[in-house]
Design a protein around this ligand. Sequence first.
Ligand SMILES: Nc1ncnc2c1ncn2[C@@H]1O[C@H](COP(=O)(O)OP(=O)(O)OP(=O)(O)O)[C@@H](O)[C@H]1O
Ligand SMILES: [Mg+2]
Length: 231
Amino acid sequence: MTPFFITSSGTEIGKTFVTCLMLRQLRTAGFAVNALKPVISDYSDERFAESDTAHLLAAMARPPDAHAIAAMSPWRFTAPLSPDMAARREGKSLNLDEIVAFCRTAMTGPEEFLLIEGVGGVMVPLNERDLVRDWMAALGIPAILVVGSYLGTISHTLSALDSLAKPGVPLAGIVISESEDSGVPLDETRATIARFSGDVPLVCVPRLRGAEEATELPDLTGLLRGAEKWP
Ligand SMILES: Nc1ncnc2c1ncn2[C@@H]1O[C@H](COP(=O)(O)OP(=O)(O)OP(=O)(O)O)[C@@H](O)[C@H]1O
Ligand SMILES: [Mg+2]
């Protein structure tokens, strides 16, 4: 079992899209996979089919029923807000130790890969005290940082890298998921980020506009398969 934490420089960047692509590619390559989306906001049972959790289940070819969603995403909140604010709206508070313990249990599973999608970006608060970064540091598992290609992404990406480096979160790779209507050339953005990101593997995922383009997406499994590198 090799676990990875999928994080990003902000919300709506492409974590779920990239995680689903990884799950599909790993399954095609013959690996057994599992995924978690432990904390989710903007969730409602009426719209469960649109949730990140339902997308991840579909990528694992598992039916997105209520039981599966509850098992993958125990901390579900209605408000489209950061988890600390969304939980507060419901008179609740997230406990980092409980979230970490939930992930650790899944990390003992029989699958070859476990992909844990975070929530929002690296520095999003979970409660009054803890950030997503603290969750990642507590797990001590390698991270995949998903970033966009919009104007402004370079500063956001390098800030996220700095934030991850501070508590020593190990980084397995950076995925640039091309932003919609980005006026910035993807290859130049990639080259600029690469100049400042050291020897971390960097992969670009072009904007997928139709199902027919799906075959042109790059193989992301290489970022995950160097398992012996990770403790
Ligand atoms: N390379 C891409 N090609 C096509 N669509 C993409 C790509 N990357 C992201 N998207 C789309 O952009 C939207 C936001 O992406 P996604 O839901 O993966 O973001 P996220 O980081 O998981 O957001 P959240 O913080 O809400 O979990 C989705 O509709 C997704 O399908
Ligand atoms: Mg998501």
